[in-house]
Design a protein around this ligand. Structure first.
Ligand SMILES: Cc1ncc(COP(=O)(O)O)c(C=O)c1O
Length: 444
């Protein structure tokens, strides 16, 4: 049988080495493979299938919209687009704001930056982002991201981007020994960067408020401190909620955990917006930002902005999150997940730190030595043993997400408790199998 490797160039891989499974269907947190096997999805594929696979409500909505109207140009109106914009503004409490629809996360971030620059009246205004961040793999997305894989493909300075160290308290760039201090100093570093560049030259700060594929989970004090620092300096704050929204971090939008103290000026969405069942991204503008651009020409556009099929899917997805109480469910199961992982940490010295757990998103960072925190492999490489563990898990019917030394646990919010418990038990056994010597050494 021919392989997809012979005809498709896949993302983030060496083409000649591609060998991932082929998926033919799914239900709930399960994927069905071409050979008929079922695999429990512990990463929501790309941390995006928050509603699980083939959620019937979203599938029906796409079908119904397709029979009515598949497409209308982005310049004209479309009923599901308007309804979706109104729902998003209401959910975020951004009354008087506006929504700009895109196709995915990267272009949402690009457009958020353009809107922020327009609203700041600084067409070339500086954008502050952080190291170890990910905002997309378009060219501008790469310039915005502090991602080891793409950083060298785009000259950040040429794009008007400056990066600061992240609030990574396990390996704090500021030498802090507590999470709170690291969060405080990381937020202060943003303030210092704005002051050093001159606030009149800065347009926006763009950051992930919680979950991110680079494995940073900011200490609780970070985001409110960032909000204060940016507001005091008249610089827009953009929350990249592409991964963290729609229950992933236990709220509709992760910043809401901090209440008004966390409210950004703009936020970007994608992934869970449609439960990933059809591509859609969005930039949500506060009333203040919308007011600043109301009378000005916005020179941007994509043929498929606010595609009716995608908007209808997103409306159904929002109904499913609400009616199935999935945001609350994620918060409750996220706390259980964190507790379970902490129990694993007490048994497996290879686990250096467990973080996250505000919703169904947790990071397990693996080390060779807990005392020195020496990583299992230098970031962003992955150790052969971890790669083998992931292959074994897949062969046994569980797909875990990973980056470098990090396991990223982000199952669909519809996962059942016994399925979650089963996956953690399997991880426990696999850690014992692949990292036994470390355990023995530490106990000795
Ligand atoms: C925080 C964040 N921002 C932006 C993106 C880019 O989104 P997309 O792949 O839809 O362009 C991602 C994707 O993983 C992400 O995690």
């Amino acid at each position: 049988m021919s392989s997809e490797r012979d005809s498709v160039l896949h993302s983030w891989c060496v083409p000649a080495n591609w060998g991932a499974p082929t998926v033919t269907g799914g239900h709930g947190a399960w994927l069905v493979l071409e050979d008929g096997r079922q695999v429990l999805d512990m990463s929501s594929l790309a941390e995006c299938s928050n509603l699980g696979h083939q959620h019937p409500r979203v599938v029906d909505a796409i079908r119904r919209q397709a029979s009515e109207l598949c497409f209308v140009t982005a310049a004209w109106g479309a009923a599901p687009r308007r309804a979706l914009a109104e729902r998003l503004l209401e959910l975020a409490g951004f009354e008087g704001g506006l929504v700009y629809f895109t196709l995915a996360g990267a272009d949402a971030n690009e457009n958020a930056v353009r809107i922020a620059r327009l609203a700041a009246d600084r067409p070339e205004g500086l954008i502050i982002t952080r190291e170890r961040s990910y905002h997309g793999a378009s060219h501008f997305g790469m310039a915005l991201s502090g991602d080891a894989r793409t950083m060298h493909q785009a000259d950040a300075a040429a794009w008007g981007v400056r990066r600061v160290p992240p609030p990574y308290s396990y390996r704090c760039a500021f030498g802090s020994t507590t999470a709170v201090d690291c969060g405080r100093r990381a937020a202060a570093a943003v303030a210092d960067a704005i002051d050093a560049e001159g606030r009149e030259r800065c347009a926006a700060v763009l950051m992930e408020p919680d979950a991110g594929s680079n494995g940073i989970v900011a200490p609780d004090n970070y985001w409110p401190a960032l909000r204060t620092a940016t507001r005091e300096r008249g610089v827009w704050l953009i929350a990249d909620e592409v991964m963290s929204a729609f229950g992933r971090c236990g709220e509709w939008f992760a910043w809401q955990r901090h209440g008004e103290a966390g409210r950004p000026d703009l936020m970007t969405l994608a992934k869970g917006l449609t439960g990933a069942m059809i591509p859609l991204g969005a930039v949500v503008l506060s009333a203040a930002v919308a007011g600043r651009i109301a009378g000005r020409m916005f020179q941007s556009g994509l043929t498929y902005c606010g595609h009716p099929l995608a908007c209808a899917a997103a409306l159904a997805a929002l109904d499913a999150y609400r009616d199935e109480r999935l945001i609350e469910r994620s918060r409750a199961l996220g706390a259980e997940l964190l507790a379970d992982l902490r129990r694993l940490q007490s048994r497996h010295p290879v686990i250096g730190e467990v973080r996250g757990g505000h919703g169904l998103f947790a990071i397990v960072e693996l080390v060779t030595d807990r005392r020195t925190r020496a990583p299992l492999a230098p970031w962003p490489r992955q150790s052969a043993k971890l790669a083998a563990l992931l292959r074994a898990a897949l062969a046994e019917g569980v797909s875990f997400g990973a980056r470098g030394n990090l396991l990223i646990l982000a199952p669909p919010l519809v996962i059942e408790e016994r399925e979650l418990a089963g996956a953690i038990a399997r991880l426990d056994r696999l850690l014992a199998r692949y990292f036994p010597s470390a355990a023995t050494e530490q106990r000795a």
